[in-house]
Design a binder for this molecule. Sequence first.
Ligand code: SIN
Ligand code: FE2
Length: 218
Amino acid sequence: MAVSLPLFESIAPTGTREPLAPGAWLLRGFALDAAAGLLAEIERIASSSPFRNLVTPGGKTMSVAMTNCGAVGWFSDRRGYRYTEIDPETGRPWPAMPGSFMKHAHDAASAAGFENYAPDVCLINRYEPGTRLTLHRDHDERDRRAPIVSVSLGLPATFLFGGLARKDAPRRVPLVHGDVVVWGGPSRMRYHGVLPVKAGEHPLAGARRYNLTFRVAR
Ligand code: SIN
Ligand code: FE2
């Protein structure tokens, strides 16, 4: 696969692999062919475990709506951030991870140099225009050797990719429908976030951005 080193942060052509940091890659358009199928699965998953706006331990309601599929799901309330086997809102197990999700995450990790990736959870974020995700690290997973695989669908967004310390100035990475970002190895614990999503209309997703983040949590 071609490695591109753009001088400017322009959007590189589909199919390029752009290094973001050691162990972190942007795979432009990697999910384009799978996108319609992934969106249909999101709808199916949300019909059993609906999107909801979680409350942080500090009592703030998150603007981004979330659900999960997999053996566990990420959840937050006044008691803290954690992975649960049961969706606390439905009282049932989280929907199983579809085979297509698993295969896609595995292939993306492999394209970024991480072989044998077998995530046990996919956190699904839904962004409406104006919603954002503040800088954070994904630190609730027990297995930190495995990378995070992040798939962008629907409206575009600016991804903030920071350093290992909160104060490190983040790089602004424009992400569009079908882009995949993988961060692992020395970059696994980097801060990251998403700037407020701009209003727009996407032919497959409407006025929304969806993001899938695959993790090995247990
Ligand atoms: C996340 O950090 O969980 C999601 C990142 C994104 O939406 O691109
Ligand atoms: Fe995250």
